[in-house]
Design a protein around this ligand. Sequence first.
Ligand SMILES: [Zn+2]
Ligand SMILES: [Zn+2]
Length: 425
Amino acid sequence: MEVKILGGGREVGRSAILLKDREGSILLDYGVNFDEKDTPRLPLHVRPVDISAVVISHAHLDHVGAAPYLYISGAPRAIATKPTLDVARLLILDFLRLNAYYIDYEIREFDRMYNNTEFLDYGEEVSINGFGVRLYNAGHILGSSTVYVETPSGEKVLYTGDFNTIQTWTLPSADVPTISPTTIIVESTYGNRNHPPRHLVEKRLLEIVEETIDNGGVVLIPAFSVGRTQEVMSIIYSQAPYIDIYIDGMSRDITDVYLKHKKYLRDPGLFAKVVEGINFVTDYSMRKKILKKPCVIIASAGMLKGGPALYYFKHLYRNPRNSIILVSYQAPNSNGHKILETGILDDQNPEKIAARLEWLDFSSHAGRDDIVKYISRFKDSLKRLVIVHGSEEEAFGLANKIRNELGEDLEIHIPQNGETVEIKE
Ligand SMILES: [Zn+2]
Ligand SMILES: [Zn+2]
């Protein structure tokens, strides 16, 4: 058997991993990422006729964004949870709206994939051409999965996708299933770093919110519409229901998908109550109105690259009573990164940001020690580790830490794109 890396080798995103066995091949994710100029980058090519199925671990574009390419000329079977493809459809519509020039498929190819999908719940098994596939909760976003594959030749492979081992307000922590994988393919976004304890980050968020509102200011929280928005609104509403919370951007549709699949949530009843207690911004006049009173506005995009978040930012940054709290990863070329580094948004109009500016780590990826702990649970059966979805620094840092914990016998691979890991028994 072999593991071929088509994307996500020593880089974050563009995940695409081909498991090749004598009977055929199975593709784990087929995502995109973006270069410094925000142009989408695809993983290496694979012919749809050469794969028995494609498994989509979760709805983020860096795991699903290239998958519809497989449906231009082909129709392989797909495997995913229902919420994964329901969220993915919204993200892909938005992706196509912004990147149609670079992308050769249309929404009908995504819909073709949807119609070819075998929807699995966590723990259910499907068998395709001798590959047994199961999905388990990954704790990362709604419907996110770790993928367990038993190949025709008897290899047992666990692919983590993106995963989070801590419980959050919206999602349970990643499952640790009773399986005996011989190979683990693990993400390493935070392979060399730990996150601060989540309860401290939440406490800090609430403190800033309370102080700002008490001072008569507005709190703007730019957030990704999938996951982060729902998490942050749950934290604030559950603990400070007397504060007015407004949600703007694509998050409304995404929140509807969250409600539709509420059995995937940690506490469906609580989430329904949160959604009832917050307000969705429905039109432009409402946008203008809420800027004039103390409240919390959670809006996309999370890196201030555009969307309503940027609109609010431009109206709020001059007033020192307001706060802007960034709660998502800020890519080096993003507005969010720029204002954190320089305190200025626009070079042409270099006006200092007077509002309070903070960045809080609400990551939905496991940190280094949590990854090591998760992998250690499988140490009795584990023979090799393939580290993907992380920069070189993160991937090698993780490898060192795991070597220290699990010893020299474990094979560790950190393949580049195009590289193949041979598995011989
Ligand atoms: Zn990812
Ligand atoms: Zn992800």
